[in-house]
Design a protein. Structure first.
Length: 474
């Protein structure tokens, strides 16, 4: 075995490559090496093969199609023996190979065929027309192929499919993988490990943001100094199973990550948490009402009310998390929530500044206008809210600003204009911001002023957002 070890480049077994699958395997190998320094790479392959076969009963089909472990023709220990036989042939280079450049590492070395039996989301020999120069598969170095074998140990199931996490920050990627490795080893030690780890969340957005929660609480402070939190996340949700391999990639930009993790800070969490929790929904419990006092859902059954706690409803769909993940604006949800609840305006500011690219001057001006519109009697405030909520074009909003704010400010004898022409053009109706966003933030700010004054105005907002074309706005 010593001679075989001389033919393996241990650096390339763990070195980051930029390929999400290869990097998961590399970090698993690195973790196992650190915790098992007496084992060489073949020992680690034997260690995992034994787990896959004897603990997990060979149930790694979503990763590898007809590998030695998932091949139905092989039974019991034969699966392990055939696996060791194959990887030994890679290590001592007796398997068919040729010199070339590895498709993942880019280095010039001996290359081996990688198909669906030993790599993920690739073609196989039957589909040679999908490969460069009609090769039998991806041509990879033995180090990269070995890394693929370790992926199941660093992955999790989410809703019946496999998930791996990859980030532009290597510490974030490593945190996810090491967490899974620790959980696997803990389960093996207690004889409770029966398969790849299963997430308690079946919905991808819930699983991804649960990971963001985890890293924000346990790891973020250590890595913020490296890139100030400017890193993104990608979640690969896939299966390589049988005749239906498929993958969906969910991407969480650094702007969303930074906004979301900031809202978990102690000074914002008390407002952010009820807002997030109130937007869970489940079609089986259509009558469920969120209780802001208990932070639970109440379900009316006959004449009794049943309380549903977080551990039960956290697996429901969450409209906020889904919207953040697909890049859909949550501003209107802020407004709806703010009509009945006090809510830290800083959260809305952070969202608009970091996610929607709004200028601070715009937000400052909106807050000033909200104070002006609420410095009057309840009936006038109600009329302003109803008018703003009902507008269907930028023209109507501009007319409102001129008539209800600029003209009134002048008639009140103010010495300075409350809205200058430059502010109107540059901040309230800029080319890169929708007039609807300006209106909605203004409505939100008005309601927050009312909460601060303990004033209740009977002015419900419409249930549906008005959708207009760009032509209708001009």
């Amino acid at each position: 075995m010593e001679e075989t070890n001389k033919k393996i480049d241990y650096e390339w077994l763990t070195k980051p490559t930029g390929d999400p699958f290869a990097d998961v395997g590399g970090y698993v190998i690195k973790y196992l090496m650190v915790n098992n320094p007496e084992k060489d790479i073949l020992d680690l392959i034997k260690y995992l093969a034994n787990i896959y076969v004897n603990k997990w009963e060979g149930k790694i089909n979503p990763f590898f199609l007809n590998s030695a472990i998932t091949q139905p023709a092989y039974k019991g220990d034969v699966k392990i023996k055939e696996t060791i036989k194959y990887f030994t042939s890679l290590l001592d280079e007796t398997s068919n190979c040729k010199m070339g450049f590895c498709r993942i590492s880019g280095r010039k070395t001996k290359l081996f065929k990688a198909g669906r039996d030993n790599s993920l989301m690739s073609g196989s020999g039957t589909f040679v027309n999908f490969h460069s120069n009609f090769q039998l598969g991806l041509m990879l170095s033995k180090e990269i192929i070995i890394r693929m074998f370790f992926i199941p140990f660093g992955a999790i199931y989410v809703g019946g499919r496999i998930v791996i996490i990859n980030s532009s920050n290597t510490e974030v990627t490593k945190f996810f993988i090491e967490r899974n490795c620790k959980e696997n080893i803990k389960a093996i030690a207690s004889s409770s490990s029966t398969s790849v780890l299963k997430s308690e969340f079946g919905i991808p957005s819930n699983a991804l943001f649960n990971f963001v929660d985890d890293i924000s609480i346990n790891k973020l402070k250590e890595i913020e100094t490296e890139d100030n939190g400017n890193f993104d996340l990608a979640m690969y949700h896939f299966t390589n199973f049988g005749a239906s391999p498929d993958i969906v990639i969910y991407k969480l930009p650094s702007t969303i990550f930074r906004f979301y993790s900031t809202c978990l800070n102690s000074n914002l969490k008390q407002d952010w948490q009820p807002f997030i929790l109130a937007h869970y929904t489940n079609s089986k419990f259509k009558g469920a009402k969120f209780n802001v006092e208990t932070l639970n859902y109440e379900i009316l059954k006959k004449e009794e009310s049943e309380s549903v706690a977080y551990d039960d409803f956290k697996t429901w769909r969450n409209l906020i998390l889904e919207s953040l993940l697909i890049g859909k604006s949550i501003l209107r949800m802020f407004v709806k929530w703010g009509t009945k609840h006090k809510f830290n305006f800083t959260i809305v500011e952070l969202y608009q500044l970091n996610v929607q690219n709004m200028k601070q001057e715009t937000l400052n001006k909106i807050k000033e206008l909200a104070h002006f519109l609420t410095d009057t009697d309840s009936d006038t405030i109600k009329k302003s809210i109803k008018a703003l909520d009902g507008y269907k074009s930028a023209y109507e909003l501009r007319r409102f600003f001129l008539k209800n704010i600029v003209v009134k400010n002048y008639k009140d004898g103010a010495k300075e204009a409350i809205i200058t022409m430059d502010e109107l053009v540059s901040y309230l109706f800029p080319d890169d911001i929708s007039w609807r966003d300006i209106r909605d933030i203004l409505l939100f700010a008005i309601y927050q002023n009312l909460h601060a004054k303990n004033l209740v105005v009977d002015a419900e907002l419409s249930n549906e957002e008005v959708i207009e074309t760009e032509a209708a706005e001009n």
